[in-house]
Design a protein around this ligand. Sequence first.
Ligand SMILES: *Cc1c(COP(=O)(O)O)cnc(C)c1O
Length: 365
Amino acid sequence: MRNFFKDVPEHLWRDYKWQVQNRIKTKEELKRYIKLLPEEEEGIDRTKGIYPMAITPHYLSLIDPEDPQDPIRLQAIPRAVEMDKELQEKGQENPFNEESLIPGLTHRYPDRVLLNLTTFCAVYCRHCMRKRIFLEGERARTKQEIDLMLNYIRENPQIREVILSGGEPLSLSNEKLNYILSELRKIDHVELIRIHTRLLVLAPQRFFEEELLDILERHSPIWIMTHFNHPREISPESEEAVEKLLRRGVPVNNQAVLLKGINDDPEVMLKLSRELLRIKVRPVYLFHADPIKGAMHFRTSIEAGLRIIEYMRGRISGMGIPTYAVDLPGGKGKVPILPEYLVEKRQDNVYIFRSPFGSFVEYRL
Ligand SMILES: *Cc1c(COP(=O)(O)O)cnc(C)c1O
């Protein structure tokens, strides 16, 4: 159900280009749809030129305008707290030392390399871990820059997987995308290509384009990692887009971020996982919110995340439980955090476990 834009014809609504061209980028435009709170008006003013705002009609239409704490509203509309001086000072612009001698390329794990292909995004999420790149304006990498990245991958045979990221990598033109994927497929040691896209949430209409689906299918195996944070983000259009990808042999996985006031609630996360499984998306990661300058107000305790994961165990199939993980500072890598189930070891061969239902169980070898 569309909350706004009810009179936009279906063929335009289903057009990704229309969604991007009609993004809401100013306070005045936004006020036509939503009665803004004072902290939102202040937020839009104070973040101008630093952390810009852009919201697709699709994403905006998922907001309940009557709810000031709506989870989509909190991810899309700036608030004054983003610019809070004390919080800003506690955050960092690039806590993971991303990038390298090759602009846009991060090679942290021997087998995987991450490519930052553009600073453009359909929606500028308020919690983005790469808020620093908003400053550069909306710019896709040039062919020369991409060729430098491709050369690096060619010369490093330990790279088995290439992650296309951004910004929004699927905002690149089909031509550029096809070029990158074709060149990667010529490299023998590149086995997997993974695309980190949030368009399934923000503008799923991109996947209604047969030409894009043809490109993705042609360069198989391609995996998609997307970013649903809340069950309310799963629209009929998202569901349709996932179905189209799966029919073209492209599996879709999800990584969510734990965000205060948005999804730091066991019932919300359980519902998100249930809904994701229903549309055949596997919830892989739940990330603890990173210490990002301008997004510190979204951080929760680690315990809040553990409680959520613990709550899920026993209430949903194992494949619906994401790995809760922290990205260690300085680019030291992502590590899982798990509730403790192995409680004690007695003698050499007796282990005491805690069951998902709370009882203690003796396990003998
Ligand atoms: C997160 C990340 C990856 C991918 O890690 P996975 O655990 O495989 O999802 C790879 N490279 C960098 C630089 C990353 O930040």
